[in-house]
Design a protein around this ligand. Structure first.
Ligand code: FES
Length: 73
């Protein structure tokens, strides 16, 4: 594994129960054409349910409708 592909200790991803992926730490996000998408703040919530009107970000639409239960086997 090259040094550049090592996971950063400064970034973490938390999977919220029945909710988004919350990325904490400094990140940059670009769209499919390479255009930067502004991410303000220390935490960025990415939609995991597919229902957000503000993809790739969570807008809260998942509440009370999304069952994102995870299983480790
Ligand atoms: S996870 Fe929140 S709107 Fe999809």
């Amino acid at each position: 594994m090259s040094e550049s592909s090592q996971p950063s200790a400064e970034v973490s991803i938390k999977i919220r129960e029945n909710g988004p992926l919350v990325v904490s730490g400094p990140i940059s996000v670009v769209d499919h054409e390479g255009n930067p998408i502004i991410c303000d703040g220390a935490n960025t919530a990415f939609c995991r349910c597919g229902l957000s009107a503000q993809k790739p970000f969570c807008d809260g639409t998942h509440r009370d409708t999304f069952d994102g239960t995870l299983s480790n086997g």
